[in-house]
Design a protein around this ligand. Structure first.
Ligand code: PBG
Length: 319
């Protein structure tokens, strides 16, 4: 009698065969490496809350990039950690980011430089705004122009103020920076997964939380509205954040909008996995599993602290 079922297991018999049928892969071009920059020289300092993530001075970063660019690193996302607090530090021409960009561009002209734009590492109370939404947007626009003047390729506002893409786009166009792209953190959720990052950028809140501007994690439709508004205001690409528990949002966004969608695999997600592997609770292959799941959800690219080790692995083995 003919057996009336379909056979799939032939696709899984060994790794060579599995590779042939694999629908999703990771490649070096998928990754954006987030970097925490500090003033000073010859600094590569551990960030206790984030294993294998460092505070770099620009010279040490250049040294590190030498290796990573050889491993096909394409993009970095810069965060400035100023010595002294104060909003002016965020847009002054001799700020950390503004000084670092030309040096990086000079050594690595092909490396795409994305800059995070937010006030939280610069305000005394750690807030991402100064109370008034629109006045905050004016400052964000000023910061964005200063990054563009320094040579940034992409400006990535992560503050979640209303209308900031509009303000930033206007300001950039006004200064003939129409070519500078805007990567909007359009749907950034008020998430518990950001905990370790706040130590890295010294932006822990004195009091309260960020729930009055970052999104409620229970909402999907609102995210679609945020994304649509940001695209209308001039965003070229969309960042969704966090990644791991938000892949439904990624899939929805890709179905609805025709723009590149990047996920941010954030500090808490990174730290949980690193600790679990360190404690031998799970195999290190879990990194691949989690990162592949983001691509499977149709994210175009992944911002991740795993970037250096993934690039290393990608160069060693033929994944
Ligand atoms: C600043 C910002 C945060 C992150 C990126 N930009 C923290 C926050 O909003 O509290 C989080 C990144 C991470 O956790 O890795 N607005």
């Amino acid at each position: 009698m003919k057996k009336m079922f379909k056979r799939f297991r032939y696709r899984r018999i060994n790794e060579k065969v599995r590779k042939k049928y694999r629908e999703t892969t990771l490649s070096a071009a998928d990754f954006i490496w987030p970097v925490f920059l500090v003033h000073g020289k010859n600094i590569k300092e551990d960030i206790p809350s984030m294993p294998d993530v460092y505070h770099f001075s620009t010279d040490s970063l250049l040294f590190e990039l030498e290796h990573l660019v050889k491993l096909k690193l394409q993009s970095i996302l810069l965060f400035g950690v100023p010595e002294e607090k104060g909003i002016k530090q965020a847009y002054t021409a001799d700020g950390i980011i503004q000084k670092a960009i030309p040096q990086i561009k000079n050594e690595f002209p092909g490396l795409e430089i994305i800059t995070d734009v937010c006030l939280c590492s610069y305000t005394h109370n750690g807030q991402c705004h100064i109370g008034d939404n629109d006045k905050t947007c004016e400052i964000l626009a000023k910061i964005s122009v200063s990054h563009a003047q320094a040579g940034a390729d992409i400006i990535a506002p992560s503050d979640m103020m209303d209308g900031r893409i509009y303000y930033i786009k206007q300001a950039l166009s006004g200064q003939n920076f129409e070519n500078i792209k805007i990567l909007s953190y359009a749907a950034k959720y008020a998430s518990n997964f950001y905990g370790p990052f706040r130590e890295a950028t010294e932006c822990a809140l004195e009091k309260g939380n960020r729930k009055s501007h970052q999104m409620d994690y229970a909402n999907t439709e609102e995210a679609m509205d945020e994304i649509s508004a940001d695209i209308n205001e001039g965003a070229d690409q969309i960042m969704l954040k966090p990644a791991m528990s938000y892949l439904d949002i990624v899939a929805r966004t890709k179905e609805k909008f025709d723009v590149p969608v990047i996920v941010y695999n954030v500090s808490g997600e990174y730290k949980m996995l690193k600790e679990a592997v360190k404690n031998k609770w799970v195999d290190a292959d879990i990194y691949w599993e989690v990162l592949i799941s983001m691509k499977r959800a149709k994210a175009d690219r992944i911002t991740s602290y795993f970037t250096p080790e993934i690039l290393n692995k990608l160069s060693q083995r033929n994944y």
